[in-house]
Design a protein around this ligand. Sequence first.
Ligand code: HEM
Length: 299
Amino acid sequence: MNNQNPLTAKEAIDSIESAVHTESTLRRAHATGVAFDATFQPTGAAIPWSTAAHLQQTEVSAVVRFSHSSTSSKPNERLNPVKGMAVRFQLADGTFTNLTMVNVPIFISKTPEAFIRLIQAFDSSSTWSQRIDALIHDTEHKAFASILKELKPFRNFESLHYYSIHAYFLKNDDLERQAVRFEWQPLPQNDLDTASNSMENELIQRVQQGHPVRFRLLMQLAEQGDVTSDPTIAWPNDRKKIKAGILTLNSLRSDNAESLVFDPTVTIEGIECSDDPVLLFRSAAYEESAKRRGVNKDD
Ligand code: HEM
């Protein structure tokens, strides 16, 4: 990587592989998790902003994968506080669109290049003073302290809020564009009567025992001047949030969604990616990771 040439996906995944242990058949980030078939019932509240099929009034099916951010096949749940929730909305015409989110509202780095610099700084041969130096002195990592504040103690996957971090543009029938950020808000749950030995097993038990596990999709509407290209900056808290629909987990997937790629740039008519360079880079990075774990991205 140098300043003349933009970072390639191959360089990014090579950097991850040389900095941390990865498994040949697993994702090069968020390696382990658990996946469910689900349904999404839109409320229709998003119709004034978007023509997207899953944001109208008809229920659509979905696949949901919860994950630990670690690249390890045996991640320590508590030492990996960043958790993922990836959702593929499957539409009646055979197309799909993804939201691939985590439990913090902002990203640590402003650009893919800065993120990979950070990963390189954290490889096993670096000292703690080199790591802290990278975090403090790289001007594109100013979000670190805010992210630490956002990481609250957590019990399980199903009580976390998950955020798209990136902005997307919604487009309506009049071709008007509105920038939004998405959030999954967990709905209250019953207490479970059995103890489980992992976050995955707790969620599986909950679903299999018929306890509802549901999330509300919120869309935060940007206002004039809110930046759409910088994932390290949150929009002000007073921005209006629309209740776009409810996602319900139905059953465990036997394939654990291992062959799916939740590329966050896959959109449909009525939604467009923003100009956030991290969002746009993720597509090629996920494709490269999929290739290395033996999965064809378009399957
Ligand atoms: C330049 C920045 C990033 C890079 C290089 C990167 C890289 C990766 C890679 C290689 C994978 C595995 C893909 C696969 O094999 O299918 C992955 C998965 C994932 N990433 Fe990222 N990522 C980045 C930014 C983000 C951001 C900003 C978020 C949250 C908004 C995020 C959330 C996730 C989640 C939830 C998964 C698991 C998806 C699944 O369940 O399949 N990543 N990432």
